[in-house]
Ligand binder design. Structure first.
Ligand SMILES: Nc1ncnc2c1ncn2[C@@H]1O[C@H](COP(=O)(O)OP(=O)(O)OP(=O)(O)O)[C@@H](O)[C@H]1O
Ligand SMILES: [Mg+2]
Length: 360
């Protein structure tokens, strides 16, 4: 068990940890989420003694690890850490990277470290790569090696700081599934991640960090479906929507469509629906543009609800109301992709609205 009380860490220009308090029970899998710069990494770094807090206590199984006479290496063996950037030694093979620390610290003989390393590599699907050098591996493979390098010390707790954010989607998935496997072994884990689907499905508890504290904590359902506090709610809301304003015909459509695809991937929306969203928005934006001689702004918002598994698109635009040719082929194609479409006029900046629910 880890008890964190009144943890404070300040830098010259920032106070990432104001007053952090938490109890982490054995076997807890905790996802830590929150906006950038809210001290998520700093908290993990304090737990791993890479950073010295200014005040407070971190009591691990009855021992305050911030005491001067505590052996740092011993703490790091007990509380291992996996970083975003892997941090492998490039001049050593995979197995040498893994054997390095336990052999150097005389915790294992070379033979023991080798045998254990090979066995662990097998569990992450990399036994064939034991004698490769890191630069011949993909990012996902490097991260799996980094996980093994931590596991060889039999840590009781593993801290992950954005383990997948340097990786492309396929590689992220392979690393997430290795971490998910690990989570089933009963190890205590704390995972800082911006992958919300992953954060939700892996954890039994979620910490939302903001304002230098654990601003809100709860079960994944509580935090993702029913956040109680203002900032958590705003953060969670933002995750579910993506919006942009199309200003002028020279607008960078390719980039926004890329953003939509990324948004769909993050929310685990099937690729088919990402394609629907793209073609619906393309069609309607086209129509609105053709309808106007003088170009006016168009605002596009996509909102996904995991709870109801619905995907909605809201388009607002200025200028003339769109008259749609309902007999046109393009409109018929559009209608085959939506289960509901409403045209309305409202007050406000974008008086014409089109609300669409994507067909599932
Ligand atoms: N070594 C340092 N020296 C000075 N300021 C630092 C240092 N490390 C972090 N900070 C500052 O502390 C704040 C919190 O940083 P931290 O890296 O913990 O945030 P984070 O929640 O992990 O953000 P992100 O999601 O972007 O990784 C930031 O304002 C950062 O600039
Ligand atoms: Mg960070």
């Amino acid at each position: 068990m880890i008890e964190i009380s009144h943890l404070r860490k300040e830098y010259e220009n920032a106070v990432p940890l104001q007053d952090v308090n938490a109890t982490i029970n054995d076997g807890d899998i905790i996802s830590i989420i929150g906006p950038s710069g809210t001290g998520k990494s700093t908290l993990l770094r304090c737990l791993n003694l890479l950073e010295r807090p200014d005040s407070g206590r971190i009591v691990v199984d009855g021992v305050n690890i911030l005491d001067k006479n505590v052996d740092v290496h011993q703490v790091r063996r007990k509380i291992g850490m996996v970083f975003q950037s892997f941090n492998l030694f490039e001049h050593m093979t995979v197995i040498e990277n893994i054997m390095y620390a336990p052999v150097k610290l005389k915790l294992l003989s070379r033979q023991e470290a080798y045998d254990k390393g090979i066995a662990l590599l097998e569990t992450v699907g990399l036994s064939a790569n034991a004698f490769s050098y890191p630069d011949s591996l993909s990012g996902g493979q490097k991260q799996r090696v980094a996980i093994v390098r931590t596991l060889i010390n039999d840590p009781e707790v593993i801290l992950f700081d954005e383990p997948t954010s340097a990786l492309d989607p396929t590689m992220s998935s392979e690393v997430m599934s290795v971490i998910t496997e690990l989570s089933r072994t009963g190890k205590t884990m704390m995972i800082v991640t911006h992958e919300m689907h992953f954060a939700r499905q892996i954890a039994n508890r979620v910490f939302y960090m903001d304002d230098g504290i654990i601003y809100e904590q709860g079960s994944p359902e509580e935090i993702f479906d029913n956040p109680k506090k203002e900032k958590t709610r705003i953060f969670i809301e933002k995750l579910r929507t993506i919006s942009f304003v199309i200003k002028g015909r020279s607008f960078d459509f390719a980039r926004s469509y890329g953003e939509i695809e990324k948004y769909c991937f993050k929310n685990r929306i099937a690729h088919k629906y990402a394609m629907y969203l793209l073609s619906i928005s393309e069609e309607l934006v086209q129509q609105i543009m053709v309808n106007e001689n003088n170009y006016r702004d168009i605002r596009l918002e996509i909102e996904y609800s995991e709870k109801n598994s619905t995907i909605d698109m809201h388009i607002g635009y200025k200028g003339k109301k769109l008259t749609i040719d309902e007999e046109s082929v393009s409109f018929k194609i559009l209608m085959s992709r939506v289960s509901d479409i409403r045209f309305s006029e409202t007050e406000g900046e974008y008086p014409n609205r089109i609300d669409i629910r994507v067909k599932q």
